[in-house]
Design a protein around this ligand. Sequence first.
Ligand SMILES: [Zn+2]
Ligand SMILES: [Zn+2]
Length: 296
Amino acid sequence: MSTDFQRNRDNFCYRHPDRQSFVLCQRCLRTICPECQTPAAVGVICPECLRDQQKSQSPAQRKAERRWSRPRAVSASSGQPIVTYAIIGLTAFVYLLTLIPGGFGDSVQQTLLYWAPLMYPDVTGRFEPWRLLTGALVHAGIWHVGLNMLALWMIGRSLEPLLGRWRFLTLYVLSAIGGSVAVTLLSFTTPVVGASGAIFGLFGALLVIGRHIGANIAGIALVLGINLVIGFIPGFNVSWQAHVGGLLVGLLVAFIFTRTRAVRQRGLQIGLLVAVGAGLVALLFVPVVFPGLVLA
Ligand SMILES: [Zn+2]
Ligand SMILES: [Zn+2]
């Protein structure tokens, strides 16, 4: 695996052969690292293509470009982890909503948290599938949301620029759903909250990918460990099932990313990711087919 990996040029920036990346220049389709990316109309382009593009413009076009796109050129590093910041912002916003007194905060919490029986109309008479994902937006307290968002920030900072925005978002969403599915299979009647499943998915992906990028895995493991330990304080329900589910999905999704990096494999990559999502939904039928297994 390792020598195969090193030999495959698709895995590394063509200008920095020691830097791993999953992001391709949208014009020449070669792999480029975060430092070599400039945002284009669609996706990002590499420095050579940027130069070619500027050369082929008429003087008038170039003048307009200079006039209108200066802020964009300055913030040329698309290395900004926009999706990471957006998820942190949304999660913090939802947490603040749940603090509103007078019943409103509680009802936000009750509407978004994950509780497996609500996936089965036969059991509860209600079907509320959004909870598979929105459970990751609500938290049990300030330590819970704080540590989860710290871990998300630490991992997202190095993982998102490397994967690109859509792959990173897909990884987060599938891992969050994976955590909920694992709770469904292993702890059916426990209501759960928190982004921990999704975070463990990111961590799993980092274990698959990060060996080659030199991310601070020890520091991230420490934050996740503190989160786990604090979770065992009486009164809080730590859901190891969600952690395991998220971790497994993260490992699987990252493995798909590493094996389908070339341009010609893009369709295959999307197909496999859809298959992971479909597989997670299919697992929700296990309690229907084998009720004794889960509800016992
Ligand atoms: Zn290029
Ligand atoms: Zn580079």
